[in-house]
Structure formats: structure tokens, C-alpha cells
Design a protein. Structure first.
Length: 655
């Protein structure tokens, strides 16, 4: 986002219980706090425009950054999606510490967590009365533990908001796909919504139906998710018990998916959507003037996978990459949802903590001082004293500058204190009146002349513009260049960015992993195959889709003979780019590059939707110098194939 030249408001009568975080919140606007009343319309206020947020959505918008915690059976099986036949005895963290996990999230600037109480495998992290497939039958605390409770209490101790993820899909339950399961699922919702205090978010995953254990049936079950779950009734059940919990993802919920797992919101990203089934394209950018207030949550993981895997210890996102995530989520008016997977101890890995610390410190330092404070604000038009230009500087999100009705393209000018350089510009609209601005520009008066710094569509909850270099200006001007109604701007702020302290990448200590540093691509069916070896899941080898008789193929020379017990394949997480991961693979090995032996092959399970690293063991270890991979089909129809990475291991993934 570097530039240069660039539902109605429901009066529920509910207070907004949003406890203030103990760490500085300067990166956010002043947020609603516990006991605060609903904002009331000032005398002479503009009429609301278009779709409007509910009060719980208004509160949710102002949280802006929180953590996702994926921790369950998959942590101990090295999978991303468990099949549902895993024994509860596998769940046995050696040194679980919810306070350490919550503190790590808080250090990284997060203001809450959402915990995976149950993933697709059906294992429950709380001692539910509805199934035996739960923590009660695990070795953890001799079956007397409650992971959900420990997280909830740790969040309360550290003044962090608490939310829960409950997978609608359950690959363990014998009744999945039948009416009885829906009763079970709703029973779980009631347990979680009534036993763990106030929740700020309740997360329903979109992955539903497919193969599974299903009580021993070991079959594939398909469902029509909207009809099966009856989402309006299910969402209403959450709100009956948790009226301030925003629900995630199905149509009719409070929040939508951004359409990718890489942390990129569209630019612009409107909080409104059509009253129609979700599409990824609309989800990524929203739709200007959509009938529904259905804002976006932008999520990604600090690691390539959602659950912890030791072979990803050296592949943690850098603080600089997290800053980009911040810019492309919070900076585009969406909420930032960063996944932090605990390891098998039940803690966040030290390197992940170091990255979070560097990132969090940089965000706090960058937004600690609003350089617009002390400025004198004026405007081409003002609606009246209650809507004066100065309202954008008063630090109160409930007040705003507005123009008279019919004045849709006014200008606001800040005469700045002298000598301050800035490279971050933050703008906010007063959301209870809707998204009113379609396009805007920001100018700076430099050396006696006006120079355009940025031009964009959509302000919304927040628009953060990061300039390529600091500027020192006598004045700054906000020009509304297109709008259907008069604006309502609650904040204009200027900051000087602070870069995060670099964190050196760690050296993997997993003895089972083979380094690919000396590998070379000696043959490939398309260019840029070296991206498969760069360790960056954000880059991909992209080639034309394979066809019968013309597979996608790549051959690696490992430099010397190696003992291979298996390989890993990391798909690209990018969506909406006309590319698909492969449906399956064939792996062959050779000692001389001429004579090849089949080592493994088959389908890559769930790769179309769970786009995380696949760890694929050979039937037996083989000695080889050359590795050839072949991909014959795509997982979903597309014009191209995309794979982000390839690796190998000698004895299987570390236990």
C-alpha cells in the first residue's frame, strides 16, 4: 500500500464489553470500553447511508488485531486435517502454558485470541458431556484438564478478549451428515457459549463434508451446508447466549472471509456485500453499496501451516512480513487475524515469540505519537459546531467532521506544527452512519506547493497509507473526490514509522530434515522451478496445467547421495489467480539420473482446501541422489498448476 501521487444500526441497549488492553493501544483508535453506552445521534447529524453495522460489529471493528490459536490432536500427529480416528491418548502437551501463549500474542500487538476448541477431527479441548472424543479421555492432567478453560482464564488475567472456533465438520462423529449430528453440534455451541464467559467471536469454518472416520464407517459424506446447518438458526443460537460475539463466515454471519489465507485484503476492501451467496472475488474486495454490512477478517499463519510442525521452525514469517500483513489488513479496514500455533509442549516457539516481539514493538513505536496533534483544522464546509473540522483531532471515535447535506466533495486542511516528518497517514470514517466516501486523495503542501501523496477508494474503519519516504509538510489536505452523500470523518492522524528490529532466521534443529540448500533443478516443465527450494511459501512454481500425456515435472540433483524416507510438498496458498495445487503426485528416485525407481505416489489429501504442507512418507527409505516429481492432474479446475515448495526428510518427521 505504498503510494506517491496515490444492516441498520441495531439499538440493542447492550453495553460494549471491551476491556482495555494493558499494553499500549496507540496503533488502534480509542476503542469502546465496558459500560460505554451506544452512541447517540447528535442534533443535526447526517442521515445514515446504506448498510450499517450492528453494535457488536461496531465493537468488533475497533479490535482490529487478534490471534488465532490452532492446537489439538494435529499438533501431535503432524497433520493439518485429522481423519477423526486419532486416539485421545495422543493429546499430551508436556508443559502447557496458556499464559505464555496469550502473553506472546499480546506482545505481538494482538488484543484477543480465538482458540480452536474443536477442529475437523472432532477432538474437543474441553471436557464436553456430549462425546468421549475429548480432553477428558486424554493423559493431560489425568483427564481432568480443560484447555478451553485455561485459555479463557489466561485471557481474563491479561485483559485480552476471548473467542472460540468450532468446526461444523466432524470426521469422528458417527452421525455426521444426519439430523442427529446437527443436534449434537448445537449442543456443543451451547456448552461453549454458556461455560466460558463472554466471547467476542465465534468462528465457523467453511470446510464441511468429505471423507472421514465417522464412528468407524470410514466413508465419504457430502452435505448441503446452508440447508444442513440451517445457518440463520445456528447463528441465532450463538447470539442468544453471546449477544456481543460476532460470528464468522457463513452468509448471515457478522464477519466474512477475505478469500485467501495469505493475509491480503483487497484494495479497496468494502465492508458491504450483496445479499447473495459468497464468492471469493467479492469476499476479497467487498462490493460498494452492497445490501449487507458483512465486513472482512484477514487471516494468515505466522508459519506455513496452521498447526505446529517442527520442520517449519526455520520458515516463520519475518517481522517485516508481518508489517506487510498489518498494512494489507488493518490498513485496508479489515481485522488482522494472525495464527500462532503452539508446539508439543503447549507453548509458542521462542523464535515465533522473538518475531512477535519485534513486530509488536515496531507497531507500538510507529503509532505512539500522532504528529497531527497540535495542528489547526479547517474545512471548506462544516455542518455546524458539532461537526467541525477539529473533531478529526479530538481522539473520540464517536465525533466526526461532516459537511452540509448535498456537499459531497468537501476538503479538510490541517495546518501542522513545524518540523515534523511523517510517512504514515491514518483516516477513519464514523461507521454507524455507513461507508460514505467512495474516493479520496491526500495532498501535502511542500515548499509552497500542493503535492498529491495518495489517492484511493474507500476509507471505512481505517485507511493507513504508508509513504515510500517521510515528508515534512506545512499543511496536509484531505479531499473527498467522490461520495454519494456528505462525509463523516472521525479521524485524521499522522505518524512516523519505525521499522521492526530484524530477527535472524533460525537454523532448523530437526535431524530428520534434509537441507535443500545444495539442491539444483536440472529439468522442469516450466521456468522458475528454483522457487520450490527457496523456503518461502509466498513464492511458487507456476506452470501450465498438466494434461493427459503432458504432466508437470521437475527433477532435482541433491548433489550427493542421500537417504530419503519421504518428501514434503507445500502448495501455493494464493487463490483467485487461475492456478490450482496438484491433485496427486508421483515421486521417483535415481542414483545416476538415468534409471528411475518409484518411491511413492498417490492423492494429496485435502490439498484443494487445506493448502498446507503435505508430509509424504516413502514405503521404505531409499538411497538416492536424484529426485523426480510428477504431477498429472489438478485438485480443482484451473489454467495453471502452482506449487510453493519441496523438501525431504531422512527418518520421517520428528516425533
Amino acid at each position: 500500500m505504498t503510494d506517491i501521487s496515490r444492516r441498520s444500526l441495531i439499538a440493542t441497549g447492550l453495553a460494549a464489553p471491551l476491556a482495555a488492553c494493558a499494553t499500549p493501544r496507540a496503533a488502534l483508535s480509542p476503542a469502546p470500553v465496558a459500560g460505554e453506552p451506544l452512541p447517540t445521534a447528535a442534533r443535526g447529524a447526517p442521515a445514515p447511508f446504506g448498510a450499517l453495522p450492528s453494535w457488536r460489529q461496531t465493537v468488533w471493528h475497533r479490535r482490529e488485531a487478534y490471534a488465532f490459536i490452532h492446537f489439538s490432536i494435529n499438533t501431535f500427529t503432524d497433520k493439518e486435517w485429522g481423519f477423526g480416528d486419532e486416539s485421545p491418548s495422543l493429546f499430551n502437551p508436556t508443559d502447557f502454558n496458556a499464559d505464555q501463549i496469550v502473553a506472546a500474542a499480546k506482545t505481538g500487538g494482538m488484543h484477543g485470541i480465538v482458540l480452536t476448541a474443536k477442529h475437523h477431527d472432532g477432538f474437543c479441548l474441553w471436557p464436553t458431556k456430549l462425546t468421549e472424543h475429548c480432553v477428558r479421555n486424554s493423559p493431560y492432567k489425568d483427564g481432568k484438564g480443560d484447555i478451553v478453560r485455561e485459555f479463557e482464564q489466561a485471557c481474563r488475567r491479561q485483559n485480552m478478549a476471548f473467542g472460540l472456533y468450532l468446526s461444523p465438520w466432524d470426521r469422528n462423529h458417527p452421525d455426521y451428515g444426519r439430523p442427529a449430528y446437527v443436534d449434537y453440534f448445537r449442543g456443543q455451541i451451547v456448552e461453549l457459549c454458556t461455560q466460558y464467559g463472554e466471547l467476542f467471536e465465534f468462528w465457523f469454518d467453511g470446510a464441511n463434508g468429505g471423507d472421514g472416520y465417522y464412528g468407524g464407517a470410514r466413508e465419504t459424506r457430502r452435505i448441503d451446508a446452508p440447508a444442513y446447518y440451517d445457518w440463520p438458526t445456528t447463528i441465532a443460537l450463538v447470539h442468544r447466549h453471546q449477544p456481543m460475539a460476532c460470528t464468522f463466515d457463513p452468509m448471515g454471519s457478522d464477519i466474512r472471509w477475505i478469500g485467501n489465507e495469505e493475509g491480503h485484503a483487497g484494495d479497496p476492501c468494502w465492508p458491504t456485500m450483496p445479499a447473495a451467496p459468497y464468492t471469493q472475488e467479492n469476499g476479497n474486495s467487498g462490493v460498494r453499496g452492497g445490501a449487507l454490512w458483512w465486513p472482512a477478517e484477514t487471516n494468515t499463519s505466522i508459519r506455513p501451516g496452521w498447526f505446529y510442525h517442527s520442520d517449519e521452525d526455520a520458515r516463520v514469517k519475518s517481522p517485516e512480513r508481518l508489517m506487510q500483513f498489518f498494512d494489507e489488513s488493518v490498513g485496508r479496514g479489515t481485522n488482522m487475524h494472525l495464527n500462532l500455533p503452539p508446539d508439543r509442549r503447549g507453548q509458542i516457539h521462542p523464535h515465533d515469540v522473538a518475531v512477535l516481539t519485534a513486530f509488536g514493538n515496531a507497531v507500538r513505536a510507529s503509532f505512539a505519537t500522532d504528529l497531527a496533534q497540535g495542528a489547526v483544522a479547517s474545512a471548506s464546509h462544516e455542518r455546524g459546531p458539532d461537526f467541525a473540522a477539529a473533531k478529526v483531532l479530538d481522539g473520540d471515535w464517536r465525533t466526526y467532521w461532516s459537511a452540509p447535506d448535498g456537499v459531497t466533495t468537501p476538503e479538510l486542511v490541517l495546518d501542522l506544527p513545524p518540523g515534523e516528518a511523517f510517512d504514515l497517514i491514518r483516516l477513519e470514517e464514523y461507521l454507524p452512519l455507513g461507508v460514505r466516501v467512495t474516493r479520496f486523495a491526500v495532498d501535502a503542501e511542500i515548499d509552497g506547493g500542493w503535492r498529491q501523496l495518495a489517492e484511493h477508494a474507500c476509507i471505512g474503519q481505517s485507511r493507513i497509507i504508508r509513504l515510500p519516504q517521510p515528508v515534512t509538510a506545512r499543511r496536509v489536505r484531505l479531499r473527498i473526490t467522490e461520495a454519494p452523500v456528505c462525509p463523516a470523518i472521525s479521524r485524521v492522524a499522522l505518524f512516523r514509522s519505525v521499522a521492526p528490529v530484524p530477527v535472524p532466521p533460525p537454523v532448523s534443529r530437526d535431524p530428520s530434515l534434509l537441507s535443500t540448500a545444495s539442491w539444483k533443478v536440472i529439468e522442469a516443465s516450466g521456468p522458475n522451478a528454483e522457487r520450490l527450494l527457496d523456503g518461502d511459501p509466498g513464492t511458487s512454481w507456476v506452470v501450465a496445467a498438466p494434461t493427459p500425456g503432458a504432466p508437470a515435472r521437475v527433477v532435482f540433483d541433491m548433489g550427493t547421495a542421500q537417504m530419503l524416507a519421504g518428501i514434503s510438498i507445500t502448495p501455493s496458498r494464493a487463490v483467485m489467480n487461475g492456478a490450482s495445487p496438484p491433485r496427486g503426485f508421483v515421486a521417483e528416485t535415481s542414483s545416476d539420473g538415468k534409471n528411475w525407481t518409484l518411491a511413492a505416489g498417490g492423492e494429496l489429501p485435502n490439498i484443494a482446501y487445506a493448502r498446507s504442507t503435505q508430509r509424504l512418507a516413502f514405503a521404505r527409505p531409499v538411497q538416492a541422489r536424484f529426485l523426480r516429481l510428477q504431477f498429472d492432474e489438478l485438485a480443482v479446475p484451473a489454467a495453471r498448476l502452482a506449487v510453493a515448495g519441496v523438501g525431504a526428510f531422512t527418518t520421517g518427521p520428528a516425533a
